[in-house]
Design a protein around this ligand. Structure first.
Ligand SMILES: NC(=O)c1ccc[n+]([C@@H]2O[C@H](COP(=O)([O-])OP(=O)(O)OC[C@H]3O[C@@H](n4cnc5c(N)ncnc54)[C@H](OP(=O)(O)O)[C@@H]3O)[C@@H](O)[C@H]2O)c1
Length: 361
């Protein structure tokens, strides 16, 4: 995958099959050059198109997601940071323009999704064929890319990690965000009662998704959640981490699951890339041990991290089914050309929008 900022032309790999009209031509990409302001460190560049190596394909990107991971990378607070300069971009939807030697199950023209974690913010991406998922022809590219990382994350946390049944109450932190809006829609569709935290300006949006909004800055939040759901909630989905994990644990019903899926808690300096995650790791280990000693009333804590593979592809296909049925309506906060990547990252930094920002290279 061409994740580092592309350099001079690479030699064409023998045996690669390219699409006629798409063969040749320049690549355009976004680079992240260091930590600091997006206006300074998120810049546009041009270079040669990648060539498909063995087991790989080249994809002409139609849409690439802007995610909180890029905000963390810009602050050097991401747990798995690439080294600068690199091409950011967690996920993409596009069409294969070239198939490398050894690839037998994909063809030029196939519409696909990928989650390379970085490298998607460019017009042409070289990526391993075996990690691709299929995207239906009729799907809008921006909507389809909102399902890739955010949708699969929401689906798997709800259906593969938490043990929830219709009628249960759950707490979704950040119900106004890219993951949170989809998680709320999926949970409501599953017959769950959703208490969704967000800043007050976004409460109408959260209510429109079918959840009961709550300000995450509310003093004594666990007591307020207990008033709303006296027996506790069956699951909490927490991307903030830190000491707030103790509040999330405290509102769980017996037998409930705390799903910790990031540590975006404020207060760390750029470069302290692993420290925000230590509180979550400690608590997960401690509660795992306590659970096995029978000390948690059946409650458990689980850390979740999305990864490609068969489950990912199956779950993405299930999400496309719900999209086609009108059950899911991914919120698209903004559609931007590549040269507006800094604008999109700034919007996520400010927390000023609802849903997913998407680049259309
Ligand atoms: N583990 C994984 O595999 C995985 C996969 C995808 C994403 N993630 C993580 O999931 C998180 C959400 O991603 P995203 O793309 O949905 O980001 P996003 O669109 O920026 O949404 C962030 C959400 O967090 C809310 N928020 C801010 N401060 C909060 C607080 N103190 N307590 C509770 N909620 C708060 C925001 O609400 P307001 O805007 O109303 O302030 C917003 O709804 C990120 O940390 C991302 O890295 C993890």
């Amino acid at each position: 995958m061409t994740a580092q900022a592309p350099g001079p032309a690479e030699p064409t790999s023998s045996g690669a099959k390219a699409a006629g009209p798409e063969a040749g031509g320049a690549n355009v990409f976004v680079r992240m050059t260091g930590t600091g302001d997006p206006e300074r460190h998120v810049t546009l560049g041009t270079g040669e198109r990648p060539v498909a190596g063995r087991g790989k394909v080249v994809v002409r990107v139609e849409a690439a997601g802007v995610s909180y991971a890029e905000v963390q990378m810009l602050q050097h607070l991401h747990p798995f940071p690439p080294s600068f300069p690199f091409v950011p971009g967690y996920d993409l939807v596009g069409r294969i323009t070239e198939v490398g030697p050894g690839v037998t199950d994909r063809q030029v023209g196939d519409r696909v999704a990928a989650m390379p974690r970085h490298g998607s913010w460019q017009r042409y991406v070289e990526t391993p064929a075996k990690t691709l998922a299929t995207v239906p022809e009729e799907q809008d590219a921006a909507v389809a890319v909102a399902l890739v990382t955010n949708g699969v994350t929401a689906w798997q946390m709800l259906h593969r990690v938490a043990d929830v049944r219709p009628g249960d109450a759950v707490l979704v932190h950040g119900a106004s965000g890219g993951v949170g809006t989809l998680l709320t829609q999926l949970a409501v569709h599953h017959g769950l009662r959703v208490i969704g935290t967000a800043s007050p300006a976004k409460h109408d949006a959260v209510r429109a998704l079918g959840a009961e909004p709550l300000d995450y800055r509310t003093p004594g939040l666990p007591a307020v959640v207990r008033e709303l759901a006296p027996g506790g909630v069956r699951a909490v989905f927490d991307h903030v981490g830190g000491r707030g994990l103790d509040d999330s644990w405290a509102v769980l019903a017996d037998g409930g699951t705390l799903v910790s899926y990031d540590s975006s808690v404020a207060g760390y300096r750029p470069g302290q890339w692993f420290r925000p995650h230590v509180p979550a790791l400690r608590r997960t280990v401690r509660r795992w041990a306590a659970r096995h000693l029978g000390l948690t009333r059946g409650r458990r804590m689980s850390m979740y991290y999305v990864k490609p593979g068969k489950d990912f592809n199956d779950d993405l296909a299930a999400l496309h089914g719900l999209l086609a049925n009108g059950v899911l309506r991914p919120e698209i906060a903004g559609r931007h050309p590549l040269d507006e990547a800094a604008v999109a990252v700034r919007a996520l930094l400010h927390g000023s929008t609802v849903g997913k920002h998407v680049l259309l290279p």
